[in-house]
Design a protein around this ligand. Sequence first.
Ligand SMILES: Cc1cc2nc3c(=O)[nH]c(=O)nc-3n(C[C@H](O)[C@H](O)[C@H](O)COP(=O)(O)O)c2cc1C
Length: 374
Amino acid sequence: MNVPQLNIGNLSAKLPIIQGGMGVRVSLAPLAAAVANEGGIGTISSIGLADVKLSGANFLRNSLEALRKEIRLAQSITQGHLAVNVMGVTCNAYDLVRTAVEEGIEMIAFGAGLPLKLPALVEDPDVNLVPIISSPRAASLILRTWHKKYNRSVSAFILEGPLAGGHLGFSTEQLQHPEQFTHEILLPELLLAVKPFEDIYGKKIPVIAAGGIFSGFDIARMLQLGASGVQMGTRFVCTEECSVSSEFKQAYLDAKEEDIIIVKSPVGMPGRAIRNRFIRSVENREKGRIKCAFRCLSACKIENARYCIAEALLNSYSGDVDRGLIFCGQNASRIKHIVTVKRLMDELVIELEQNLTSKTQHQEMTQAYQQVSL
Ligand SMILES: Cc1cc2nc3c(=O)[nH]c(=O)nc-3n(C[C@H](O)[C@H](O)[C@H](O)COP(=O)(O)O)c2cc1C
């Protein structure tokens, strides 16, 4: 069977795979371009590109310039499809969006906050606006607001479930019951929520499933459930093209299932990370002992924070993992090797082709999936 391509607005990717944006220099130009070269959509993260400590008062300007540089570098190594990830919790989110659009980026994946005003900022209909959400309710609110205020629909939604890496759109309580928020439950609800707006605008609103997608089997499963594609983060960390230090990648290879835990980030959202020396030391720390040179995250509750998250993520990126936070998805412990992006994508496509089934096989697959995912 043929692997379906992923159509988002005017963009047509050969493969239904998006490499998700991963902040603080995890998904930079080399990774995003490699994914785009293989036919997927590669996402450059706009988060934490400038050094908070070194930049001082120039932090804002430096982060925009760093993003510009990263986009240009990626564009110089691929003709494929590139997106930029922006998080609503950053103090300069809208400036980062503007910079990405100025540089000709064709898709903005906007997470960690509801992008209710995004269409006012990006009027060009050729720029695909893709909110990352974790509930059909959030999707409905965005759709209703954009329709009423801007007469515009989203280009797609990325539905990020509770098994994803990085900051999560669920409460700590909800994360204790991931079985209540599976794609099996959320995807059909989301497809129902977008339907009226597909009718109004006369076009499909693709839904991309993210969080815990590990193999081609999982991708096939998401397509069977009605997703148009998947977004994957964790698996792309252990690729040669990912820019993080070898120590960061080794922490993934060494992680056991029980090492992967939910942490409370100073941003106020829960996140998933590897329980390492850094996390253990933070658990024993008092609150409010840190100094902040610049409020890079508007949502950061600095008075209660036990550590600076930008600094902790930067430490891991550069190899000082004992003093660093290592974000990862629930399935990080299943990764056994560091491979090239090409090898990973080839493997995913072979598995996907093997598992793209006819409807008669669908039931068997549902049972098998439930057994492996629970
Ligand atoms: C190390 C890491 C950093 C991440 N950083 C971000 C981020 O800055 N912004 C964002 O929207 N999502 C972020 N994510 C989420 C990914 O984009 C992706 O949606 C998610 O990881 C998918 O789940 P998976 O890791 O199980 O494949 C991050 C994930 C990881 C593993």
